[in-house]
Design a protein around this ligand. Structure first.
Ligand code: CP3
Length: 352
């Protein structure tokens, strides 16, 4: 079986897997996007000993330790493997650098490079990731779920075409208008690569996987269907066929009303929502699938009464269906670890 099962009921016993399987529990499971990282002093200490961020990801002992740091500190319901979405272009042959203070910088994408982008390189070039997953899996307690992840094809394509982040992605926008078949081709290659990478992560120990389409909100409606929903459907179908029973969580960040179409058309098992989504919209989708989210990371940064008020509002709004507590986007690096501990206390102490 892909994950821990209770032999009597055949239902998953880990709280997060139970909810991702559709159960509604007395206690709401919680994990946080970017729960490992720079807001933790123990991360900064380890990170200082590595030459750069990618070296950290490629050192299984270090990456496993970083993955486990927030589990040791806060007792969250899931460990998300410490890695990055940009390991895919890097392994396929487009060099990625993480320059201090600048975010990721990618070597310019020469469209002739596309011929050399073999999807299997996304797996073969990332062997340390699988070692990290195996190490974390061996170290986790019986109640904690191991999550693998990947960037979705459109979000990866945006970084690859523009060569950097920043949210504007002018070259990607131009390519979509001027040469849509080229975008189709890049997205199709990436869908194969991402499916293979996620299946390999499952084989290495991941019990659920999340697909981050962080920039899907830039797409217009036809673009969203063509470059976010369609490749997600391909990826989800491949994972379900190859490793049935392992939940896939979809995150088309910033798509507003598009969340419903994504939930319906991609076949994902659960959905992550950003903080721009009204919890009433999430509640409306709970009859179809489990929902994850969507506390504003700014509320966690601020802490105190705002954190309490907003966390309780999310819990109340989603109490009638399967809900996994999470933020609407990653933990902000200035966040005080004490605020995360407080949030876990709020969620653990709440009852419907
Ligand atoms: O959630 C976790 O704790 C697991 C680790 C994780 C990282 N990146 C580590 C990281 C995850 C899930 C990601 C996903 C990721 N990476 C996304 C999708 C989610 C999102 O934020 O929308 C994206 C778009 C990236 C690309 C990326 N990686 C950027 C833009 C940056 C630089 C800016 C930033 O937020 O730090 C990174 C670097 C990165 N990825 C760091 C970490 C801990 C910082 C590296 C450092 O320590 O210097």
């Amino acid at each position: 079986m892909p994950h821990a099962m209770d032999p009597a009921s055949q239902a998953p016993t880990k709280p997060l897997l139970a909810v991702l399987g559709g159960a509604r529990r007395q206690s709401v499971p919680i994990w946080l996007m970017r729960q490992a990282g720079r807001y933790l002093p123990e991360y900064r200490a380890l990170r200082a000993s590595a030459p750069d961020f990618l070296a950290c990801c490629n050192d299984p002992d270090m990456a496993a330790e970083i993955t486990l740091q927030p589990i040791a500190r806060f007792g969250l319901d899931a460990a998300i493997v410490f890695s990055d979405i940009l390991i895919v272009p890097h392994a396929m042959g487009q060099t990625v650098r993480f320059a201090a203070g600048e975010g990721p910088l990618l070597e310019p994408l020469d469209l002739a490079m596309l011929d050399r982008f073999a999807p299997k390189k996304a797996v073969e070039g990332n062997l340390p990731l699988f070692m990290t997953l195996a190490k974390v899996k061996a170290a986790l307690g019986t109640d904690t779920t191991l999550i693998g992840f990947a960037g979705a094809p459109f979000t990866l394509a945006a970084y690859m075409v523009d060569g950097r982040g920043g949210g504007e992605f002018p070259a990607t926008r131009a390519l979509m208008v001027e040469e849509p078949p080229m975008m189709d081709r890049l997205v199709a290659i990436l869908a194969e690569a991402v499916a293979a990478l996620l299946i390999a992560q499952i084989d290495a120990g991941a019990e659920a996987v999340q697909l981050f389409d962080s920039w899907a909100g830039l797409l217009d409606e036809p673009g969203f269907r063509r470059w976010s929903i369609a490749p997600a459907r391909t990826i989800v179908d491949k994972i379900h066929a190859a490793r049935p029973g392992v939940p896939v969580i979809g995150f088309p960040r910033g798509v507003g009303v598009g969340y419903g179409a994504y939930a319906e058309q991609t076949g994902v098992d659960a959905m992550q929502f950003d903080q721009g989504t009204d919890t009433a919209v999430m509640a409306g989708l709970q009859g179809r699938l489990p929902v994850q989210g969507n506390l504003d990371p700014e509320a966690l940064l601020e802490g105190g009464v705002r954190l309490e008020r907003e966390a309780l509002a999310v819990l109340e709004a989603l109490k009638d269906g399967p809900h996994v507590f999470n933020l609407g986007h990653g933990v902000i690096k200035e966040t005080r670890p004490e605020h995360v501990a407080h949030l876990v206390e709020i969620v653990r102490g709440w009852r419907p």
